[in-house]
Write a protein that binds this ligand. Structure first.
Ligand code: T1G
Length: 686
């Protein structure tokens, strides 16, 4: 057979075993091996049935994404699976781990499915800008009905083995030995002399109104994306077209997705998010972590640590703050219990791993301390000096600062090699991004320990160098400056937000400022000595804060926040902006939506390029991962640097220069990296 697919005899059953680490993707070699395995099985007179099983940690988790963009090799998966479905002997899929995409399609082309209780089954192709392309949109509805098939294909989320049994997707749960259960079922199908081909089943006629509701809800969540609507068309066709025609339509729609720029962007991110944080150095094991600062960030970080099975000492020298933080944790977990998402026993076990204290000396036994106190350098330095005394010499000390100088913080200790930044994003137990900050003396083991911890928390670590705002917030400043300037020049906060949200940003910059609270930025700007000499710099945000309009937390900021219902535009804000514009001598005008998007997004690109030149960001892919996971940049556009690369750097540089003619060279001089690449005909991505 081949080194990735083997045929083993188990009584009268031929077991086709796939062994293609790490996730048994259906590479060309696997497809060739499967075809050979099936032909050998059919030609073996002593074999009456077949089982498809996988070695390693999971059943087939999909087509091999590394093959995209290369010339296709035979057999292609759709034809192979049609061949499986028409096999002359019954085939049973034995599922463990995650049967996803082409893996679930392989199982659907079999005649029955057995799964381990912990297995998960799904068609996540839309998350890659694709649709199932090997029969999933036609066979799944035949087993689970159109409504559930729409939800699975348009949402892309997997279902548990139990849910799959209830839905008719899986025939049996293998509580004990998976292979034994599958062989037994395969034999029984052969003895019965009949087995059902999924493709022969009729699709139960649905309630059209219900279908529209399911599809409408899922499509609304996929604003701006192309694949989900194509997926809907393919799935609905299963109820109206014979299998062959439905498969042909699926293939056509799949090809449209495969060649769509959105899929290239999403597949870029898939690999980019797995490539970040590859650092030298040895990650130290962490069993006990101290978190200092029981505020919003400290509590969120504590939840993430507890959820990952780590013991936490939550310290706050202010007893009231500590109690508020502890109450926040208890409320969080009780809320999960109330929603049925956490068992009471699990809740107890989680909280049993938590100790709270007001004395920093309680951090003595922690292998790592994460500081999340007030964003003030002297406060942090004093704390790190204390931690230096009270913790073991081997302890790692991390600061969660979002923009302060990590070198200055490290200098307060005798162990700067063991000091790093772990910049979490709020809410820290939800947001996936962690900027792992390499300060001047940070050792490679310290970095590796930070990266490994982020992965253990199911987050995405990106290593950045120490510089004001690191990467994400430095770029946010450039993006925010354009927003502020556009307001002074004539746009309203809701106009800017609407323009960027329809372009794909998860939330407009003014709504984000209100959410975070504008007093934070206000204080940070006053503490800085490196701001541009520009009286209009963030002047609208500052004026709002000076009028007590901090954002959501004060009920009004760029918007009004009524007790009930959505945020509201506020004419008073326009008056405030107009007054500031007059004072600054800025003549207001009508600002077009295209100008808003162009200036805010290209400001991001230019600042990102500057950070690459300065070595603060390690790669364009790191920047893309930061902005789609920390700031709501639309995934289907691949990230700021991917977007610029697809647009072409010659055009990006020309546009930057054009904007600079009216906005001035201070902010709009094209980064020399972009100019150099454009001139040499190169790009940010090969
Ligand atoms: N192709 C190639 N490599 C893959 C892969 C895939 N489908 N899935 C994972 N890998 C690599 C990944 O890059 C990493 O490599 C390693 O495996 C571990 O991954 C026809 C066309 C299965 C839930 O979308 O969701 O089928 O960095 O770090 O956290 O209709 O991987 O170690 O070198 O993510 O334990 C549909 C994608 C494809 C599933 C495991 N399938 N994968 O998560 O490990 S399109 C998917 C995942 C398709 C058909 C269509 C996850 C996982 P490296 P990991 P994990």
């Amino acid at each position: 057979m081949s080194d990735v697919v083997s045929l083993i005899i188990d009584g009268d059953v031929g077991v086709i075993k796939i062994d293609n680490p790490p996730v048994n993707a259906t590479s060309a070699a696997v497809r060739q091996g499967l075809l050979q395995g099936l032909e050998a099985l059919e030609q073996a007179p002593k074999l009456s049935a077949g089982v498809i099983i996988c070695a390693g940690r999971t059943f087939v988790a999909g087509a091999d994404l590394k093959e995209f963009g290369r010339p296709p090799q035979l057999p292609r998966l759709p034809e192979l699976l049609d061949r499986f479905e028409r096999a002359s002997k019954p085939l049973v899929a034995a599922i463990h781990g995650t049967a996803l995409g082409g893996g679930l399609e392989l199982a659907l082309a079999c005649h029955a499915r057995v799964a381990q209780p912990g297995a998960r089954l799904g068609l996540p192709e839309v998350k890659l800008g694709l649709i199932p392309g090997a029969g999933g949109t036609q066979r799944l509805p035949r087993l689970v009905g159109l409504e559930r098939a729409l939800a699975m294909v348009l949402g892309g989320e997997p279902v548990s083995a139990m849910e799959a049994v209830e839905a008719g997707l899986v025939d049996e749960l293998a509580e004990q030995d998976l292979l034994e259960a599958a062989v037994k079922l395969a034999s029984s199908l052969a003895r019965a002399g009949r087995w059902r081909r999924t493709g022969d089943l009729a699709v139960p006629t649905p309630d059209a109104g219900e279908l529209d509701k399911v599809a409408g809800r899922l499509l609304a969540r996929a604003r701006g994306q192309h694949a989900p609507a194509r997926a809907r068309d393919a799935v609905l066709a299963a109820a109206s077209l014979p299998l062959g025609e439905g498969l042909a339509l699926e293939r056509k729609l799949f090809e449209e997705c495969r060649t769509d720029a959105q899929s290239a962007a999403l597949r870029h991110l898939f690999f980019a998010e797995r490539a970040t944080g590859k650092v030298e150095g040895l990650a130290a094991p962490l069993n006990k972590v101290a978190v200092v600062g029981a505020g919003t960030m400290g509590s969120g970080i504590t939840i993430a640590l507890l959820d990952a099975g780590i013991e936490v000492v939550l310290i706050d020298t202010d007893a009231d703050s500590l109690e508020r933080g502890a109450a926040r944790l208890r409320t969080h977990y009780q809320g999960l219990v109330d929603k049925g998402r956490l068992g009471a026993a699990q809740q107890q076990a989680l909280l049993a791993r938590l100790v709270v204290a007001t004395d920093p000396r309680e951090a003595a036994a922690a292998e790592l301390v994460i500081e999340a106190v007030f964003e003030d350098l002297s406060i942090k330095q004093a704390l790190f000096a204390t931690l230096d005394e009270v913790t073991a010499a081997s302890a790692w000390l991390a600061t969660n600062t979002s923009y302060l100088d990590v070198d200055a913080i490290a200098s307060a200790t005798q162990r700067p090699d063991r000091v790093l930044g772990l910049h979490f994003f709020s809410p820290a137990n939800v947001m996936k991004l962690v900027e792992v900050v390499r300060a001047r003396h940070t050792s490679s083991d310290a970095l590796a320990t930070g990266v490994a911890l982020a992965r253990r928390l199911a987050k995405i670590p990106v290593v950045v160098s120490n510089a004001t705002g690191f990467v994400g917030n430095r770029m946010l400043q450039a993006y925010g400056r354009e927003n502020q300037q556009l307001l002074l020049e004539g746009a309203t906060p809701w106009q800017v937000d609407a323009a960027l949200e329809s372009w794909g940003m998860a939330m407009g910059p003014n709504a984000v400022l209100d959410l975070a609270g504008m007093d934070i930025g206000y204080r940070a700007r006053r503490a800085r000595t490196d701001l541009p000499d520009d009286p209009s710099f963030f002047r609208v945000a500052d004026a709002l804060v000076e009028q007590g309009r901090l954002g959501r937390k004060s009920g009004r900021g760029n918007y009004l926040y009524p007790a009930e219902g959505p945020r509201q535009p506020d004419p008073e804000v326009v008056q405030l902006i107009e007054a500031e514009a007059r004072r600054l001598g800025i003549e207001r005008r009508v600002v077009a939506e295209t100008e808003i998007v162009e200036r805010c997004i290209l400001a991001l690109v230019n600042e990102g390029a500057r950070l690459l030149e300065a070595g603060v960001a390690g790669s364009p892919a790191d920047i893309d991962v930061i902005w789609v996971n920390g700031y709501g940049f639309p995934r289907f556009r691949g990230g700021p640097m991917w977007y610029a690369a697809q647009r072409g750097l010659t055009e990006v540089v020309a546009e930057t220069r054009r904007i600079g003619k009216t906005q001035g060279a201070l902010y709009w001089t094209p980064a020399s990296l972009l100019v150099r690449l454009a001139q040499s005909g190169e790009n940010l991505y090969p």
